[in-house]
Design a protein around this ligand. Structure first.
Ligand code: SF4
Length: 422
């Protein structure tokens, strides 16, 4: 069975490591202001490109640069400079939709992946873009049957990319959805003069709204005030069908998300893909994976999304995160003694009890979880069951951490009413 490449987002070094540790076959990332998450994610600098590409390639993963904003004339030289740097750094492809970026990438020998911003929804559009792109990202609003048809027609009609290969296809499988057709939203632009198509979406749709009768001034509070905030797409239950569709790349959304989000989502979909290949994918296994997916940031799930042919209609019902897990920063790693596998941690922001579940996040550590078992305070020889805020502890860890890594305690979140339902 041909498994698609699993592509994970990275908005930071920690997210990059988490993606690679979790089995991403490709990582996509932005640089500076010329990408669709220029306002949300940490993003990398142009000078980071060589290092990021090298790290991806060392792990056998592809490195894709997102350069998919609308570009103005005054930015063309910056685009050209960035494409030159990307070409020298060995970036595997540029994700783009603006013709200026597509042409500039081509001038620098960089393969192009046509961004979801191009709304590719039919075989004619695929044929058109095959003159410029190695891969086309299909619109999130298509049905799986349409996708199977497009993939089949690419092979049947021998639609080839500039390299001479059959043009590839890519599909979003998990993460935030817009309440507008991919790339066609002007909410943030009209409300805050910050264009989503320039990477600075202010998430206007995620807010709670009250309807006002303009004639009387009467304010109507709706049952679900979050009337434009879509729940997240989740395809974990349908991975055999996704694989059978024949698409080449599966994309996880979330360059603005934390390292633990990227690590968890990538790991779960990697396991599901391996199960598809081994013939061990079952509904029960999918239910377990879906439960894992809820443990990191989510706005509730729309299982199957538009791909199942349903009309849009699953709303988040809340403004933010519905994960049942709460992350609280409690301290920082100040040293790690590799020979004995012990981390020295200063509890600068919170206390710690034996058995607490911890998350350690760092630029080379990625996101790793461990239980707080067998720790000592200071130079003490006695195992402690509690360490107060301000203490320095020595904690055995099965994985390597580094000075500066952030330590979080994971606890159950309290919910009320509709917020808990996912
Ligand atoms: S405002 Fe909402 S719907 Fe519009 S682009 Fe931003 S996230 Fe998407």
């Amino acid at each position: 069975m041909k498994l698609p490449l699993l592509m994970a987002p990275a908005g930071s070094d920690a997210a990059l490591e988490a993606a690679l540790n979790a089995g991403a076959g490709a990582v996509y990332f932005g640089v500076g202001a010329l990408n669709m998450r220029s306002g949300a994610a940490v993003n990398f600098r142009e000078s980071d490109l060589g290092r990021v590409v090298e790290r991806c390639h060392a792990c056998g993963a592809k490195a894709y640069l997102t350069l998919n904003i609308i570009v103005f004339d005054g930015e063309l030289e910056r685009v050209a400079a960035l494409c030159r740097t990307a070409g020298k750094a060995g970036v595997d492809a540029v994700i783009a939709s603006d013709p200026a970026v597509i042409l500039e990438a081509g001038r620098n020998g960089l393969p192009v992946h046509l961004s979801v911003q191009a709304n590719i929804s039919n075989i004619e559009a695929v044929r058109f873009y095959s003159k410029f792109a190695e891969v086309v990202v299909l619109a999130r609003e298509l049905k799986l049957a349409d996708i199977r048809d497009i993939v089949g027609r690419i092979a049947a009609e021998d639609v080839r990319s500039p390299s001479g290969r059959l043009i590839g296809t890519e599909l979003f499988i998990h993460g935030a959805l817009c309440s507008s057709f991919s790339g066609k939203c002007y909410l943030s632009l009209t409300a805050a003069n910050c264009s989503a198509n320039r990477g600075v979406c202010r998430q206007t749709c995620r807010r709670r709204y009250i309807l006002t009768d303009a004639a009387s001034g009467e304010r109507l509070e709706m049952a679900n005030g979050y009337v434009m905030s879509a729940a997240d797409l989740c395809m974990i239950n349908f991975m055999p069908e996704v694989v059978a569709s024949g698409v080449d790349i599966l994309k996880i959304e979330g360059r603005g998300r934390s390292a633990d989000y990227v690590g968890t989502i990538t790991r779960v979909y990697r396991q599901a893909l391996e199960a598809c290949a081994a013939g061990t994918f079952t509904p029960a296994a999918a239910a377990g994976w879906r439960n894992e997916l809820t443990k990191v940031f989510n706005r509730g799930f729309w299982d199957g999304g538009y791909y199942l042919g349903e009309d849009f209609g699953v709303w988040s019902g809340c403004g933010g995160n519905r994960s049942p897990v709460e992350k609280t920063m409690i301290g920082k790693v100040i040293d790690y003694y590799a020979k004995i596998g012990v981390a020295e941690i200063v509890l600068s922001s919170g206390d710690l009890s034996a058995g607490d579940q911890l998350l350690v996040v760092g630029s080379t550590t990625g996101a790793q979880e461990a239980a707080a078992d067998g720790f000592r305070i200071g130079d003490g020889k006695v195992m402690e069951t509690h360490a107060a805020k301000g203490s320095t502890i020595a904690l055995p860890l099965a994985f390597k951490v580094r000075s500066g890594d952030i330590v979080y305690r994971l606890t159950d979140r309290a919910f009320s009413g509709i917020e808990r339902k996912i």
